[in-house]
Design a protein around this ligand. Structure first.
Ligand code: MN
Length: 246
């Protein structure tokens, strides 16, 4: 059976959320499903409780930082109940640059909260803000406190290498692996720092939201870049995932 890894997706944003939870668990897909606001975490957590392959992260998406910053109290309340944190981070793209100051405030606050623990695993968004994200991680989250995954990384190679030195993992999806910069990222980052993701339903294939079981295409592209077969590629990602959560 499968033992695939989907390290960043939003199962609660699919129309058939409940069915999808069951499907992922049955197919033994190790899922890290992130949430975008603290107010939805509890329900997500409870729904996923029966399924051992599903892990639910507590998040406050940077694109919602402005309107949801009042939920930081809830974040603080729930943080004791889960190891998994995300989606958090910064978004410096045109539509969100106006809220960058608030985003930074929220991100720093969350990093400081996480650094009070020794076991957190963070899934971090860094669109158009990679350098800023890495700077904040270095300043406010000592990596020996936990683990950090940069999801759908699209910054420079230089900042990626700086993130590797700090200790980051990278969760990569089929879309980014079809770009020159994505391929170059894979060629320049140690294999033991790579994980796979779908980012469904935000990422689509043929206009349909990508489901966790479709993460095999990312694996397939990785196997070509690495020049090893699918089974070996799957094994690399599975070993990395186990190292991440051990
Ligand atoms: Mn996402």
């Amino acid at each position: 059976m499968s033992e695939f890894v989907d390290c960043h997706c939003h199962l609660d944003l699919f129309e058939d959320h409940i069915e999808l939870l069951r499907e992922c668990d049955q197919k033994k897909i190790n899922v890290l499903t992130v949430t975008n606001a603290p107010c939805v975490w509890k329900r997500n957590y409870e729904l996923a409780m029966p399924y051992k392959y599903i892990r639910v992260a507590l998040g406050l998406h940077p694109q919602l930082a402005e309107e949801r910053k009042n939920e930081l109290g809830l974040f603080e309340k729930y943080i004791k109940e889960t190891r998994f944190i995300g989606e958090i981070g910064l978004d410096g793209s045109k539509e969100y640059i106006k809220s960058l100051n608030v985003q930074e405030e929220v991100f720093k606050r969350i990093l400081k909260l996480c650094s009070n623990y020794n076991d957190k695993i963070l899934s971090v968004h860094s669109r158009n803000a990679a350098r800023n994200v890495v700077m904040n991680l270095k300043a406010y989250y000592p990596i020996e406190k936990g683990k950090v995954i940069l999801h759908w990384y699209s910054g420079s190679l230089k900042d990626a290498i700086s993130a590797v030195r700090y200790g980051c993992y990278f969760s990569v999806n089929e879309r980014m692996l079809q770009t020159q910069s994505g391929i170059s990222l894979i060629k320049n980052i140690p294999r033991n720092r790579i994980l796979t993701e779908t980012d469904g339903p935000f990422l689509k294939r043929d206009e349909k939201p990508l489901r966790s079981m479709q993460v095999n295409r990312a694996l397939n592209i990785l196997s070509k870049i690495w020049g090893i077969d699918m089974l070996q590629t799957k094994e690399v990602i599975f070993v990395n995932f186990n190292e991440l959560i051990k």
